[in-house]
Ligand binder design. Structure first.
Ligand SMILES: Cc1cc2nc3c(=O)[nH]c(=O)nc-3n(C[C@H](O)[C@H](O)[C@H](O)COP(=O)(O)OP(=O)(O)OC[C@H]3O[C@@H](n4cnc5c(N)ncnc54)[C@H](O)[C@@H]3O)c2cc1C
Length: 386
């Protein structure tokens, strides 16, 4: 099904697949202890997450496979990498140091100086965890109504408010906080925040699944912000900053997140087949049906990611594939628990973990309802099926 991928993407996929093979036991460890990743920073997969998301001019040894060099500026290659790592363990991949979503926001909004300072720090000898702080306790899906305030304070600003469900925020050194400088959607700014600054606090939120995402509750109590920390302040009009960056980041990242859900789906399918190679009749048809839907979703996701690389961002299709991928991850884990028998969730720790992990995709980067609204808008405008 992936023959249509360019050769450099196929070589990347095979390379990442090898690195992902060792992630399953570590994913289980991380499920029990959110700091377990700190002890395994030597892993090839951790190196890949770093090398694959930092622009190559900042790396002393960028990823080279055969004649090709990679830095994940391509959405397709980023999607393939994350899908393969998630086949190993989605939670472990999310717990790794590196730019993740904050890097896309800095790329979308930051000026040259801001980008340079950000990547200089990310490419230094010490591992740096980052976060992308958008969701608030009372403003999750309604992100354009966010309340975190950026107020003037002499020659700078102060940041006050609260964020919730922000991945890695309790462990990060650096991140992007979306906040309000003026009323309305165009009054939103994106600010780079150093977590060692006075007034920043974050703590881990206990979760049922996807514990590797290490989602955290954040309090910002008058954190001092210099003008240079506001992304694009000197180069972009207010109407092209803040919210535009959040939307562009989420749209660029949704195929990547869909890849995460599809990687987990594929892992569970293979797990069931390995455990029950002789499944027949309805049970076999059920797996074949999921496999067909998975193949179609992967192809579609690669097409959407390749279109983004070519400059075509279709919000309705991006929303559609994110929803479909999240649904498939739920479907396959329910089917696995069913097909492997009543004791499977007790006897099989890996299955029990991915069964819990799969529920997170519904919420990550926008819930299914919100994505369906975007699909509906495409259908209403007549663009969705074009
Ligand atoms: C594992 C994980 C990692 C995450 N990482 C991050 C992160 O790094 N950074 C970050 O900022 N956030 C992160 N999030 C938060 C995520 O983006 C939010 O959970 C999501 O946007 C939904 O917000 P909420 O949880 O407040 O739900 P709500 O918005 O309160 O929604 C509750 C329910 O109401 C429905 N609903 C809401 N509005 C509408 C509407 N207009 N029409 C129809 N139905 C509606 C929703 O579909 C949902 O079923 C993460 C979440 C998870 C689970």
């Amino acid at each position: 099904m992936t023959e249509s991928l360019p050769r450099r993407a196929v070589l990347l996929r095979d390379h990442v697949r090898e690195a992902a093979a060792e992630l399953r036991p570590l994913g289980l460890e991380l499920d029990r202890d959110p700091t377990a990743v700190d002890r395994r920073l030597d892993l090839a997969a951790v190196g890949l997450m770093r090398r694959c998301t930092i622009p190559m001019e900042y790396l002393s040894s960028p990823l080279r496979i055969g004649p090709y060099t990679y830095d994940m500026s391509s959405c397709l290659e980023h999607t393939i990498t994350i899908e393969e790592l998630s086949y190993g363990d989605a939670g472990f991949m999310l717990a790794c140091p590196g730019p993740l979503m904050s890097g896309v926001a800095v790329g979308a909004l930051g000026d040259d100086k801001q980008r340079h300072a950000y990547y200089e720090r990310l490419s230094g000898p010490e591992p740096v965890w980052t976060f992308f702080g958008l969701t608030e306790p009372d403003k999750g899906s309604a992100a354009a109504e966010l309340l975190t305030e950026l107020t003037s304070d002499g020659d700078g600003f102060r940041l006050s408010g609260a964020k919730r469900y922000v991945g890695n925020a309790a462990f990060a050194q650096l991140g992007v906080v979306f906040c309000r400088r003026a009323p309305g959607p165009l009054g939103i700014e994106a600010v780079l925040v150093d977590t060692s600054d006075p007034g920043y606090r974050a703590e881990l939120i206990p979760t049922v699944g996807m514990r590797g995402a290490r989602i955290s509750a954040m309090t910002l109590d008058g954190v001092r912000v210099e003008r240079e920390q506001i992304l694009g302040y000197d180069t972009l009009k207010p109407s092209r900053r803040g919210l535009v960056g959040a939307i562009r980041t989420l749209q660029r990242f949704r195929p990547v997140l869909a890849g995460t859900a599809l990687g987990l789906t594929r892992a569970v399918l293979d797990h069931v087949r390995a455990r029950r190679p002789t499944l027949a009749g309805d049970a076999r048809h059920r797996l074949e049906d999921i496999q067909d839907r998975l193949d179609a979703a992967r192809r579609h996701n690669y097409t959407i990611a390749a279109a983004i690389d070519a400059g075509t961002v279709r919000a309705d299709r991006i929303a559609g594939i994110k929803t479909r991928a999240a649904e498939l991850a739920e479907t396959v884990t329910l089917a696995a628990a069913d097909l492997l028998g009543p004791g499977a969730l007790l006897d099989d720790p890996w299955l029990e973990k991915v069964y819990r992990d799969a529920r997170a995709f519904e919420f990550m980067e926008g819930t299914g309802h919100i994505q369906r609204l975007a699909v509906f808008q495409g259908v209403a405008k007549g663009t969705f099926l074009q």
